[in-house]
Each structure stands twice: as C-alpha cells, then as structure tokens.
Write a protein that binds this ligand. Sequence first.
Ligand SMILES: [Zn+2]
Ligand SMILES: [Zn+2]
Length: 272
Amino acid sequence: MLNEPLKINYHSHTKRCGHAEGEDEEYVLSAIENGYRIYGFSDHIMLPGFPQLGMRGNYELQAQNYYDSVKQLKAKYQKQIELHLGWEAEWYGDLFADYYHDLLAKNTVEYMILGQHCFLDRGHFVFYGNMFDKQEAIRKYASDLIAGMRSGNFIYVAHPDTYMIWYGKWDDVAKEVARDIINAAKETGTILEINMGPSRWGKKTDEYDFRVAYPNEEFWDLVSEAGIPCIIGVDNHRPYELKQSPYDWVRRFAKRHGLTPLDHLELPFKVR
Ligand SMILES: [Zn+2]
Ligand SMILES: [Zn+2]
C-alpha cells in the first residue's frame, strides 16, 4: 500500500494545548481507521501554577479531564487498539522534579517523553529559538536536555535535533551539541525520536527525498554510528495527520541512515 501508516505512535496531542484540533475520540478513531496498533497521547505537559496560553493546557482546569478522557477511551476501544496515557514535557530542573517523579511513581501517567521547547527564566517561559545568541541557545538547549535525560523520568527524547530549525547550520557548534546529546542518550539508555512534525509543515527542499530542518541528516548519521535505539513519532496535532503524513518518506529516511525504529515501548515506564 502506498504511504501505509505506521503501526505505533506515542507522540500525539489534544486540543487542550491550544494549538491542536479535534476531539480525543476523533484521534482514536483516526488511529484505528489507519491501522494503528498502539497509540499514545503525550500532550504538552500542564504545569501546576504555570499556565502557558497557546502552548499547554491549564493544569488546574484541564489536567484531570485529560486523564479521565484518555482512560475512558482506553476502556471503550480496548478491543481495537492499545491506548496509552503520557505527557511530552520539558525538563525545568528542580522546579517540577517532584511533580514529574510522582506522575510516574503514582501511575497518573504511563510515560513521559522529553520535548525541550522552552525554559523558565524568573517565572517567564523563553523559547530557545528566541534567544539572541544562537550559539548560547543551542548550548543551553543541549545542557537542559541532557539534565532531563539524566533525571530518569523520560522514556525517550522527542525531536532531539529540533535546534536545527532555529540554529539553521551544521557547523562545529551544531556538531558538538549533537555529540553531547547522543553521548548522554547512550549513557542514560534513552531512546531518540525521529520526529515527523516538519515533514508535514516544514520547509522542504524537493518532493521525494526532501530534507527538512529535523530530522536532520547529519545528526542522524551520528545517532546511527553510535547505535542508539530510535523510534518514529508522528507528533500529530490533528486527527487527519494520522493519514496525511509522509510515511514512505520517513521509512526511507530511517533506511538510508541504517536505522531500525522500535516497534513498541515497554510501558508503564519505571521512573529511576
Ligand atoms: Zn505542540
Ligand atoms: Zn509534540
């Protein structure tokens, strides 16, 4: 079948984050329709006392509803699909360390993936890409990401090479940062994700084996050399993206880098 969807996806969002569309059930029905065997919700983590409009839901108002909704769908569709409940979260150092640990230790969620988009500076969220000094930005991105991997809360890193979208060039600093991230993944036994976001919405070089900012060709050559396990994440923010994503393209990407993406994750994740 042309552009056959994947069978598993652990990276997906809900409209609660403020930049996604569709009802939770529509995501599940689309996953079933498109032949998914395993589907995990990993919406942008909601942070107690720290709302961030347009980026994540409001913890006090929406977190319980997210948990309840996914659990209800899990029971309702258990014969058709294996559903999982998780979060995609940034690592904010000590600030939310206990919160994250408890989410896993108390089985509130089954897993968390580390997606480092922004950091907190005196109570304000800052996106790495908005920092003035881009070299400082990628170094800070990498050091926050590595601290997250070492925290033991995350089963995998979402789009580890996301910095290439705002850094833009594969120079010595980009390479150094890639090596640091890959070494930390190796040391901590963390899986790295080939993310499909930009393959849908990003700037592409051509139609067939196009290049996007991430997954970045050079970064993934290094991952492949290091022998780090990888997984593909659809990172869908709309139900129909489970059909309309360039699956054949991502399979070719993995193949030309000699990567064999995992076909499932062991859940629930055991927090370290
Ligand atoms: Zn998002
Ligand atoms: Zn995501």
